[in-house]
Design a protein around this ligand. Sequence first.
Ligand SMILES: Cc1cc2nc3c(=O)[nH]c(=O)nc-3n(C[C@H](O)[C@H](O)[C@H](O)COP(=O)(O)OP(=O)(O)OC[C@H]3O[C@@H](n4cnc5c(N)ncnc54)[C@H](O)[C@@H]3O)c2cc1C
Length: 734
Amino acid sequence: MKTASTHRNLAIQRELLLVGGGHAHVAVIRHFGMKPVSGVRVTLLSRDVHTPYSGMLPGLVAGHYTHDECHIDLRRLCTANGVRLIHGTLEGLDITAQTVDVSGRGSLAWDLLSLNTGSSPALDAIPGAREHGCAVKPIDRFLSQWEEHERHIHSRAGPHRIVVVGGGAAAVEMALAIAWRLRQARPRAPDVSIALATAGQQLLEGHGDHVRRTIAAKLFESGIETHFSSRVAGATATHLELESGRHIECDFPVWAVHAGAPVWPREAGLACDAAGFVRVEQTLRSISHARVFAAGDIASLPEPVPKSGVHAVREGDSLARNLVRALEGNSLRPHRPQRQFLSLLATGDRYAVASRGAFHASGKWVWNWKNRIDRTFMAMYQPTALPAAVLAADEGMRCGGCAAKVDADTLASVLRAIAPGSRESVHHGIASAEDAAVIAPPPGQLLVQSVDYFRAFIDDPWLLGRIATVHALGDLHAMGATPHSALAIATVPHGAPRVVRETLTQLMLGARSALEAESLTLAGGHSSEGAELGFGLSVNGFVLPEALLLKSGIVPGHALVLTKALGTGVLFAANMAGAAAGNWIEDALSAMQQGHGTAVRILRHHGVSACTDVTGFGLLGHLGEMLRASGLGARLDMSAIPALPGARECLLAGYRSSLHAGNASALSSMESLDRLDQVTQALLVDPQTAGGLLAALPEARAQECVEELRNAGYAAAVIGFADGGLPPGKVSTG
Ligand SMILES: Cc1cc2nc3c(=O)[nH]c(=O)nc-3n(C[C@H](O)[C@H](O)[C@H](O)COP(=O)(O)OP(=O)(O)OC[C@H]3O[C@@H](n4cnc5c(N)ncnc54)[C@H](O)[C@@H]3O)c2cc1C
């Protein structure tokens, strides 16, 4: 890579890394959105993109709420508040190096770290607990395991016994919610009984007698049997083994025992309490490490508070204020937890019990009250989307940016971190530090080259590097070439040296992950600082002349196969406006990370005669190029054209990529355009990033080919046929 000194605008100087999108961090994200701290980049690393709100979980299980009603969409929240979201799981922490390890993608650096990763039931001390039944947290895993189990219950005859293990609010609410859900199920669940097993002599420690009596009556009414003084010591497929030596029959345990901590805080050297939770001062700062904060279940305060969403929510504001004070070098303020707080326990049947100290109340009205409180909380975390018209008018959302090179030290340390591989046929690559890469082409083969570059459509540099690489390699695959090597070009936002280094490292690691998947070498590149993040690659491949795939190779009657669903352009336009659901963006990102190597091998096996990759000009633009080059028209089956989840919804709402208008002229190639609805028209010209391959192959092979592609994970479809009877370039929907 070339090197030179830099002109620096120290825009981003420090990194605040929030790990876990829990109840406290959602408040921190809003706080930084409203009052950003100059020079600080805030990043959220979260295992889940939709984070559940604890108060509504039993209602979700009971069937009173949909998934979206009780989950905060972290992607939309982060987009609206200028916080970078990295979808990933922390697996380790290095406090000296100030990095966290993220599964599958290396490390992330931080200057200030805040932990809000919650807890999950402590199952390690109960042999068999992980193999049998499921834990109530993480809730998404619980729901999918529970739904699978529900199907199992309905598919078998004979009695079936579910035992919820635990005696706190979560256990009681979950048992009642499950009972309600099963009572409401149509067809009715066969002979199912539910029990609660608690180690204590009573349920709901810390609540008053009246609350316990009301709950006991509800449990009785729901047919839930309670086993007191029943500490579970092990689980098998047919029963629970109690510490006392007794057994309880059980086909499916639901684990709602006390909260357990992950191992990584202690392994990292953070001071932890006996259970492994991070010990914090009253200010929520780690007692052992001044640059680490923690809140919610993962934190252990000097005067312990119950592990509850209520406390985590309240800690959010104190945490946000103290993170700002720490960044600004001011003294921290103590967090004052509520001594008594209002508990609202749902009993499954839209009835609830309120309890606060000596106060108690119960009834349908309490459930309505709880429902209002919960929905008001959730409404605070539903960012308002920018209307489509405002987005379209915002020129600031279009391309821009200029560059100055990244300095030599930064570059050298990035290259050390990414350790690019070498290849015999690359005579001079990155390691040689020559002015250019020198490559020996295999005898008799043609060199195929392409270049692609784009500004960031997502603020996670690792994903940008990876997707830009898949995108660039698409051109080589479409030509039938075997990718060989690549040169990278990166633009990193101005910032302090270590921030620039971190961003560049993430970009290059992401690119390397996609290059390695196809055994490519990174032979060189160029990097610069600029106004905004951008990345691209020049890619080289080789192909035997007779194996070259050209756009002009379509044969009349050949089937047209598309290997990926459409919609990335509109989804990311809607995402910029905060209008795309987080799971739509996750699906689009997964599709964009799918390399084409396997697809092209399958297409070749089925006799592909022409190919292109569907990118900026949209399906119709790229199809038009192929048809004109082949002197043919095509008939498309509109119902077969695959769309990414949410793409049609975003088009219907009026969102369009900024390239859309330019692409729309391709619609003039359509016969009877007026028969097509606006959404389908827009989908046909939606620009794609790392889009699929569009290939022509014999009709007789098309279905089998598509099946193989689908088995390999591609959302492939036969979308139409080449037609020699139509004028060249003309597309009919017939
Ligand atoms: C069935 C049930 C009902 C409950 N009802 C109530 C109630 O009514 N009221 C109440 O106050 N409490 C309730 N609780 C307790 C409550 O759920 C927890 O106390 C609360 O969720 C803790 O919040 P938190 O902010 O600490 O973490 P969480 O809300 O658990 O959030 C943790 C976040 O961190 C992410 N994460 C976890 N590990 C990692 C990692 N390694 N890397 C990156 N990200 C990670 C997760 O994806 C998640 O986004 C209930 C619990 C259960 C199980």
